[in-house]
Design a protein around this ligand. Structure first.
Ligand code: ZN
Ligand code: ZN
Ligand code: FE
Length: 747
């Protein structure tokens, strides 16, 4: 006989963990007890040495779907002679939950019951259990208990109550547990918001089949939903939503439908079908979906709520499912607001009476080396924290602006917010401030210092400044690309020093100019700029970000190429010569924009990053690269800095285009050139500093072409390469880096 104290850290409360342990100790004939702690659970176990070892072995493999085990610690303790296994402490005595589970897609068991005519929850759209259902989006406050959730409006019936208290039951302590007798209900309204008699699901399905556009209330907000097969309906939806070209995501009934339209690897299938159900960007196999996505990929997800399952039935294969929001406002979440805002847009409304406490958009990712690589990390992942080294204070990092997020840090956890959106929109800014307060309450964090970007005009910077002043707490500012670098380091648990290849659209540099294709070296506390690109004049400032022919003109003009093909060349020439509103930017996004325009792929963008996306989609396969030059200069501190001179590349590209080399090949050769440039910069930085670890961050690395090739090039030069795995590479992941940089500065 032996005794051990086992401590488990992670998300192990409110996820069916104690009943799971109860079953497991019985299997191995162990006695002892289990109790909740502020960071997880602690157990005392007694039994045969082999049995304890087997128990510890089985534990992580068999843990409930929603549990996230961060750490298992085990140590020998004296025998006390337990004769049973007990759960210590009621819910009331239990310490406060520190971690909250994300919302999880309907599980197999619940789906089986949903389809079983003899089950009391047959066709009930809110069926859930300890392994599945809403969590984050229904929580009003902590501790996570039914009265502190949207379910407080629905007292449990005796049947549900019995399940809830039975440790042998799949619904033991499942806070959202409910049934048709006691739980929420769905209803269908016409375009004017009149509730129609009849089965809501049947009415919604009829409307969809008839080609109508309907609004569907989901877990974290509303979707606009319609048929996929008729381009005219998609065109109508674009028209009503004023969304000209941005791709729509689709939801497929099951994975076999997905296989018909997309190439699907094993890893992609695993993530698509997993419990978190993000939108996965997949390569299209057919040209029939051009009306839904103009590029080579399409965002696909599977039904993740019982309501979705019922909506598809057995005969609908695929539906457009796009977030219901208007012109960059936050996703709609309340019935009344949706009815008002979607007037003239939705032909019908599938509503329910369970309140969405917290907005949470669908997550979007693609799959790289078997992991999610996020374009947007939200539903299914938030608010799961990133584990960090112990933080010295409670911190709030305020993020960037257009892809806003924030990050709260405490102890060994960094809590990154869900997708927030563009703060320049007033409603989004309100949502941002509200969510900061909500997270602070949920995780009991009272910031002792605030962190923001260097950019004085970001609304996140203003928020941080005002709040720091009001509360009399310190404010730290972190350079944009340094924060990207620190974010990728934290994502990979690296302390540094590292080399950072940080490519994005724009960010304010320490010298007051706009940066965006940077090679940095340093750690979370400080950095040195070691490489960049020749700055590109943006004729008309922000206008050039949209009207990318303006960038094409600037590239051609500076490379001494023929500019006669460009529209308004004379006007642009005049403006450039006068230097009127022509700030220079070393943004990688701008270089992509300009080259895409030269290749005739896009003239005016209708959404952020469109030209770069089309260039990537239009690229073929080529092993070649263009000639380029690296100019050496000295930075302010007299250190060497390499500058990629794109003019020779542009000249060759233009000549080859004139000689009839197809744009598909030129797009690929262009990106190969950037890969070689990056490898050269990193090699230079490694030589200067002796550092061999390279992190890749910034929005430009959402480019799959680069991400599938650049790491190999760097490894070939002896570098160890790290990319994002848990947070987005774009500005959405920036706040995590700000937090870690501030922590390093405070120490
Ligand atoms: Zn379930
Ligand atoms: Zn019930
Ligand atoms: Fe950025």
């Amino acid at each position: 006989m032996q005794a051990a104290e086992v401590t488990i850290k992670g998300i192990v409360q409110g996820v069916g963990f104690r009943p799971f342990i109860h079953r497991l100790v019985r299997r191995y004939g162990l006695n002892g007890n289990i109790r909740n702690t502020s960071s997880g659970v602690t157990m005392e176990l007694e039994g045969e040495e082999r049995a304890i070892a087997s128990f510890l072995h089985a534990l992580p493999d068999e843990a409930p779907t929603l549990a996230v085990i961060e750490e298992i610690g085990s140590r020998k303790i004296p025998l006390r002679g337990f004769e049973t296994f007990t759960i210590i402490g009621s819910e009331k005595q239990a310490e406060r939950n520190t971690l909250i589970s994300p919302d999880i897609a309907i599980c197999r068991d619940c789906e089986k019951e949903l389809r079983d005519p003899s089950d009391r929850r047959y066709r009930y759209p809110f069926i859930n259990c300890t392994n599945c259902g809403p969590r984050f989006t229904i929580i009003e406050d902590v501790p996570y208990d039914r009265p502190k959730t949207s379910m407080k409006a629905f007292p449990m019936c005796p049947d549900c109550e019995r399940e809830y208290h039975d440790i042998e039951n799949r619904r033991y302590h499942a806070q959202p547990d409910c049934c048709p007798v006691c739980g929420p209900e769905v209803f269908f309204c016409d375009a004017e918001g009149n509730r129609l008699p009849g089965d809501a699901i049947v009415l919604a399905r009829e409307a969809l089949k008839a080609g109508k556009i309907i609004a569907v209330k989901g877990i974290g907000g509303f979707h606009l939903v319609c048929r996929c097969d008729d381009p005219a309906i998609a065109v109508e939806l674009r028209h009503r939503k004023q969304r000209d070209e941005k791709p729509f995501a689709v939801m497929c009934r099951d994975v076999n439908v997905v296989r018909n339209i997309c190439a699907l690897s094993e890893d992609e299938a695993r993530i698509l079908c997993g419990a978190r159900k993000p939108i996965v960007l997949l390569k299209k196999r057919t040209n029939d979906l051009e009306h839904l996505s103009e590029n080579g990929t399409i965002g696909v997800m599977l039904p993740y709520t019982p309501l979705h399952v019922l909506l598809f039935g057995d005969d609908i294969d695929m539906l457009v499912m796009t977030s219901a929001n208007l012109s960059d406002t936050p996703i709609l979440k309340d019935n009344a607001a949706a009815l008002e805002a979607l007037e003239g847009i939705a032909d019908g409304f599938l509503l329910h009476n369970r309140l969405i406490q917290t907005r949470c958009d669908d997550s979007v990712c693609w799959v790289l080396e078997g992991h999610e690589y996020f374009a947007r990390r939200s539903r299914g992942y938030v608010p799961q924290p990133v584990t960090t080294p112990a933080l010295s204070a409670h911190l709030l990092a305020c993020g960037a602006e257009q892809k806003a997020s924030f990050c709260l840090g405490k102890g060994e956890h960094a809590f990154l917010s869900q997708h927030i959106g563009d703060l320049k929109n007033l409603e989004t800014l309100e949502h941002y401030e509200l969510q900061i307060r909500h997270f602070e309450r949920l995780f009991d964090i009272r910031p002792e210092a605030l962190v923001c970007d260097l950019h004085p005009d970001y609304l996140s910077t203003r928020y941080a400044q005002e709040r720091a002043e009001r509360e009399g707490i310190p404010l730290l500012q972190v350079q944009h690309h340094h924060a990207h670098m620190a974010s990728c380091m934290a994502d990979n648990g690296l302390k540094g020093p590292c080399i950072g290849l940080i490519w994005d659209g724009t960010g304010l540099g320490t010298d007051g100019t706009t940066w965006g294709a940077e090679c940095l070296a340093g750690d979370c506390r400080s950095f040195r700029r070691m490489g960049s690109i020749r700055p590109i004049p943006l004729i008309g400032g922000d206008r050039a970000v949209k009207e990318v022919t303006r960038v094409a003109f600037a590239l051609l003009r500076e490379a001494d190429c023929d500019i006669r093909g460009i529209r308004n060349a004379a006007m642009l020439e005049k403006q450039l010569a006068a230097g009127l509103n022509c700030p220079r930017s070393s943004g990688m996004g701008r270089l992509f924009d300009g080259v895409a325009a030269i290749l005739g792929m896009k003239e005016v963008c209708s959404y952020e990053g469109q030209a770069a996306v089309l260039l990537e989609a239009g690229a073929g396969e080529s092993g070649r690269s263009f000639p380029f030059e690296m100019a050496e200069e000295k930075d302010g501190g007299g250190n060497r800095l390499l500058r990629f001179d794109w003019r020779p590349m542009i000249r060759t590209l233009v000549r080859e285009k004139e000689n009839g080399v197809p744009a598909t090949e030129l797009a690929s050769v262009f990106m190969n050139t950037l890969i070689h440039m990056a490898a050269e910069e990193a090699a230079f930085a490694a030589q200067e500093t002796g550092i061999r670890q390279v992190v890749l961050s910034g929005g430009s690395f959402q480019n799959q072409y680069l991400m599938r090739r650049l790491p190999d090039q760097l490894r070939r030069r002896g570098m160890e390469v790290f990319h994002h795995r848990r947070v987005a590479c774009s500005d959405e992941g920036l706040s995590l880096g700000q937090l870690m940089a501030a922590e390093a500065m405070l120490r």
